[in-house]
Design a binder for this molecule. Structure first.
Ligand code: SF4
Length: 383
């Protein structure tokens, strides 16, 4: 029997269109989301943007076996290459009812001998049992990312941050383990969780993790509406502040972490680092990103950095029907700039296939913003 109820075809047909898309490319990897629904209710949850906010009870759109098969047979999936994210869009992978599904999918993929990265993002309580079960995986490169913000406003984060902190400590403690741990320090919101005391606590927590990523808030229109409708203090209402604060906040974060050699701005950089591999998103060309990276990692990324030719980009895109209209606008040391792609998903596919940044000409990246939006942290996610 499935721990989580399986929806009927009719129920699935009534879901919002994007919620029905069980495999979807997102910045840090190909994301599998056949279970949707979460009672944790973080006010800034991405579920808002999929029309799933009201879905608090996890439900399955298909069995785990069917979901794993759909993932590995997806046109975007490349064995051993494509980074995978499990349940990062619509549920929490270690909710008691969801946990058996998380392990079922991991074990299914592992039994296929796949060595892909698998990112599992959680804020839930983990148990010693989870250590043992994860340690039985033989092939996958599993990274647990513990979402921790230090926000103590229960209206914004009803689920207390200290749970994720304890889980991080528990899962990082074994001297021998097959998975890696990351302190996923986010969302950093000016005025909410950026006092010196907050920064110091995060620094001390980071000492338990294999690496730390810091990033801002994914603050889309739907989420802003939720803040307003619920009378929550909106993090961004002053244009001047929007422009200034993130930069100074970043400086303070770097100062607090002075001397640390495992702090990263990008999820993919941290995930690659903890497995001793070059960044799978090819950020090395964006030189200003690498100024906080340890020398050994810089060398790994430098050695792996290959600027593709326009023909290489076209060749990689040739397997995707939706990339028929792709044109390579220019290629530099930093990125291949393309046009003609209607959605972002094929771009992420190309990025991972080439191990090199691929940007859309309509969404230019600006130096020193590291892919962040022009306005402060708005629309910021780590990639
Ligand atoms: S060297 Fe640059 S690209 Fe490589 S992991 Fe470090 S920050 Fe990322």
């Amino acid at each position: 029997m499935m721990p989580v109820p399986l929806l009927s075809k009719e129920q699935i047909a009534r879901l919002p269109e994007r919620a029905r898309e069980v495999v979807e490319y997102r910045k840090s990897g190909l994301s599998l989301n056949h279970i949707q629904g979460c009672p944790i209710d973080c006010a800034y949850c991405i579920r808002h943007t999929y029309g799933l906010w009201d879905q608090r009870r996890p439900r399955a759109l298909m069995t785990d076996a069917d979901a794993a098969a759909e993932l590995v047979n997806h046109r975007y999936f490349q064995p051993h290459i494509t980074p995978v994210q499990l349940f990062n869009r619509a549920t929490e992978p270690f909710l008691p009812k969801v946990r058996p599904h998380t392990f079922a999918v991991l074990e299914d993929l592992d039994a296929r001998g796949l060595t892909n990265h698998v990112l599992v993002i959680t804020r839930h309580q983990l148990k010693p049992y989870d250590i043992d079960r994860l340690n039985q995986l033989r092939h996958l490169k599993v990274t647990l990312l513990f979402t921790y913000s230090g926000i103590d406003d229960e209206q914004i984060e009803p689920y207390p941050s200290h749970v994720a902190a304890e889980s991080l400590k528990l899962m990082s403690a074994p001297a021998r383990r097959r998975y890696r741990t990351i302190l996923y320090w986010r969302p950093l919101v000016p005025g909410l969780n950026d006092t010196d005391a907050h920064l110091a606590v995060a620094r001390s927590l980071s000492k338990h993790a294999d690496a730390t990523v810091f990033t801002g808030l994914f603050y889309r229109d739907e989420i802003a509406e939720y803040y307003r409708a619920n009378g929550l203090p909106e993090p961004y209402d002053d244009t001047a502040r929007r422009k200034i604060v993130p930069e100074t906040l970043e400086e303070r974060v770097l100062q607090t972490f002075a001397g640390a050699t495992n702090l990263f701005r990008k999820t993919s950089c941290a995930v690659s680092y903890v497995h001793g591999l070059p960044d799978y998103n090819g950020h090395y060309g964006i030189r200003e990103l690498c100024d906080i990276c340890p020398l050994s990692q810089l060398k790994l990324c430098a050695d792996a950095h290959r600027v593709p030719s326009a023909e290489d980009v076209r060749q990689a895109a040739s397997v995707l029907p939706e990339a028929d209209a792709l044109k390579v606008v220019r290629i530099s040391q930093r990125a291949a700039v393309v046009c003609g792609l209607e959605t972002e998903q094929p771009r992420y596919f190309l990025q991972h296939a080439l191990g090199f940044q691929v940007h859309d000409v309509d969404h230019p990246h600006h130096a020193n913003r590291h892919g962040r939006a022009d306005i402060g942290w708005k629309d910021t996610t780590a990639s």
